[in-house]
Write a new protein. Structure first.
Length: 150
């Protein structure tokens, strides 16, 4: 990837701050915008994390053409709404866990992303760790015997 993936962060809470700090160390990605329900918290967050654009609404963030991907860090009940809006805006989405509050909502979100041709991923880091790969290997090989329940 020659050009960085430009991120927008939707919300300004503690986990959003951790995401911004971690992404600042990336060679392939950068946070270029943050959105909040009011401009002041967005401006404080942007100043703290060296982010160029501070938007006073989530809609403004989603409309920013410099943003390729959105990190949805809102409270859980808002994940569906803002993930669907980000997808509709043509943005790739990393949604904090849980992705949805019901299977039906999760299916709806995945279908929307597929229809729009954007990536949707839940920020469930454990799926991407070496420990998880080892567990899958052990279970698949039968080394642990028949697994009846986890």
């Amino acid at each position: 990837m020659n050009t960085p993936l430009n991120w927008g962060i939707l919300s300004t809470g503690r986990i959003a701050g951790a995401f911004a700090a971690d992404l600042a160390r990336s060679e392939r990605c950068k946070v270029v915008a943050v959105g909040s329900r009011k401009v002041e918290p967005a401006q404080r967050f942007a100043a703290t994390h060296g982010i160029l654009h501070a938007h006073g609404s989530y809609e403004e963030l989603l409309a920013n053409p410099e943003v390729h991907a959105i990190y949805v860090a809102t409270p859980h009940p808002q994940h569906r709404e803002w993930t669907l809006k980000a997808i509709a805006a043509g943005k790739h989405v990393l949604c904090e866990k849980p992705l949805a509050l019901s299977v039906a909502h999760g299916v709806e979100m995945v279908a929307a992303a597929r229809a729009k041709g954007v990536l949707l991923m839940e920020a469930f880091m454990y799926r991407c760790t070496p420990q998880t790969a080892k567990i899958v290997e052990l279970v698949s090989s039968g080394a642990l015997g028949r697994i009846g329940m986890i």
